[in-house]
Write a protein that binds this ligand. Sequence first.
Ligand code: GUN
Length: 283
Amino acid sequence: MIISGKELSAKLKAEMAERVATFPAEYGRVPHLVVILVGEDPGSVSYVKGKAKASAEVGIRNTTIRRPDTITEDELLGMIAELNADDGVDGILVQLPLPKHIDEDKIIAAIDKSKDVDGFHPLNVAALWQKQPCTLPCTPKGIMKLLKDSGVELAGRKAVVIGRSTIVGLPVAKLLLDENATVTITHSRTKNLADVTREAEILVVAIGRPKFVTADMVGDGAVVIDVGVNRDPETGKLCGDVDFEACEPKASLITKVPGGVGPMTIACLIENTIEAFLKKVAK
Ligand code: GUN
């Protein structure tokens, strides 16, 4: 059985659109997301377009600011300071990765915590790990919604995460732990990785290597969530971190790339923007 992020995200966006339609009458305006894109990286350009398209579908305002990769760190910090001070801006997202001469951590920390719709600000990260109210990072949040919507039981079950990034691997492991799964985080240096992943009842793969997970790494009946967005080196087509064709027969539930986690990430970004807006206007 395939878990469709495309379908669930469409449903969530339709629900959000209904709510947002009531905002002008209730609050005088709709939520406003500002996305900053530095440079021309084709992957980033396409992600940013996806965010603008979803914003339009839900009816929130989206401003995409594009700057050349020659922008200085100070210029970018200046832009963020202005957006932080602008009451008409609810969410600020700086598309990553940034050019090497810009310190990503410094940029993320400069975004007002209440406008950090990515959930990457150190105070949001700290709040997540202290189980305090926080803005959840979009991809882990989307994965948890997919699992919940598919009725996957998590409490007491073995979950294995491949990848330890601050954007996906670490926070999704924490969210699985919060649902009382028994969580193992694995990575490129894990010994006998297949022996570990075969034990997983829930396998979340965010390693960033095309078709890295092969059939021998998947246990019978496992739930497999593929976070990868790669180009297949053979066909040039979009593919995940999981060899879908090979692993699908072994999995009880599995996501596809595209149409799996990706659309959920975007739906959660819109949700985070709406939540940031509501926190502000409800003050
Ligand atoms: N680059 C890849 N994924 C993301 C994301 O979730 N947010 C931002 N800002 N940049 C990214």
